[in-house]
Design a protein around this ligand. Sequence first.
Ligand SMILES: Nc1ncnc2c1ncn2[C@@H]1O[C@H](COP(=O)(O)OP(=O)(O)O)[C@@H](O)[C@H]1O
Ligand SMILES: [Mg+2]
Length: 405
Amino acid sequence: MRVVFFAPTYPVEMVQFTRGLAEVGAEVYGVADAPKESLPKGLRDSMHGYLQVPRIMDEDDVMNRVSTWLKGKSIDRVLANWEPLTIMAARLRERWGLPGMSVDTVTAFRDKQIMKERVKAAGLRVPRSMRVRTEAEIRAAAEEIGYPLCLKPIAGAGSADTHKVRDAAELSAVIKLMRHVEEASCEEFIEGEEFTFDTLSVRGVPVYENIAQYLPKPIEMRSQEWISPVIITVKDMYQPRLQPGVTLGRNVLKALNMGEGYTHMEWFLTPKGEAVFGEIGCRAPGGHLVDQMNYTSDIDLFREWARVACYGAFEARAPRKHNCGIIFKRAIGQGRITAIHGLNHWKQMAGPAFVDEQLLRPGSRRRDWMQTLVSDGFVVCRHPDWNEAYRLSMAAATDITMYAG
Ligand SMILES: Nc1ncnc2c1ncn2[C@@H]1O[C@H](COP(=O)(O)OP(=O)(O)O)[C@@H](O)[C@H]1O
Ligand SMILES: [Mg+2]
């Protein structure tokens, strides 16, 4: 089994996926823009070969270089688990005639308008939406869709340039802020709670499923610095209240012709109990959610993904034992971290529910919270009882404080 894996270096969890590929017996050929010498040793050991390319986003250039590099070798799979590279992986599969999802299929997991059209065509509930490119189109779409609405880039990430718009005056202000965005989606704003539906799938059917709740919703956690974003996996994900989301999620995979690998969907649960589609990607969820799923089920989903992606097989036992909460922290002040307060107290309170802590230490430079959800680090806890996992997570959000200056 020879596998080309794009970006084994970035984001950080890709190192783990590369390890997973090696562990299931794949010969891994990594392609990324980092110099070979800069790769961590563990990562180098997981790969059979590595090609450094000058620009990983330049699809034609990368495909040509990889083709030249691997000339004469038979390759079995081309994989990518980082969203911006999923289309390139599909293009290379098509060029080489390999199994896996086509460019057309992957495009529907990438382009938010095509995505919603296909999901809607299958009779599933999506926000009403229109693709908009100019100011005139935005205003016309706002007329058509009404307020409140959501304006966001058609192929965005991390809630960048995503706005809730309540009336025409706010629309004018937001239009000014969005001048640099070439193509946007103008949508009916869905009120309610927001969840993920994550899967590892084989021929479009989930072999592992997960639901996590965003507290608060990404549009809020990504726009207010004072918030400590919390995400908790739901152990009891098949409870009746969440069943509409599970049903929606499974049907979305069918509608989009999912093949093998990870999916990460977001959906809204309205006050009336209806599940409404948000968006979906055919790649692993980011922000350490794979780690959270591992802590939820005591499993190694980095390796199990590799087995699914290479052999279409899933054999692991995956009981849902815990609700696993991650809490991201943002320091007060700019520059370098000076102090962390409340951490030891929280760890004592959590006791055996404490799982992991990776807060930046005093002296480290703050990360840009707008660019990365991980912000200035995180703590992780887990508990079989939802209320206890929730209580501990909220306590970490409010009682652990980081300072910078
Ligand atoms: N139609 C909508 N109604 C309500 N909230 C929305 C809508 N679209 C997006 N959002 C909010 O904005 C966030 C980011 O939008 P999303 O489409 O998920 O883009 P991204 O690729 O940046 O994650 C969502 O998680 C949600 O909180
Ligand atoms: Mg999203």
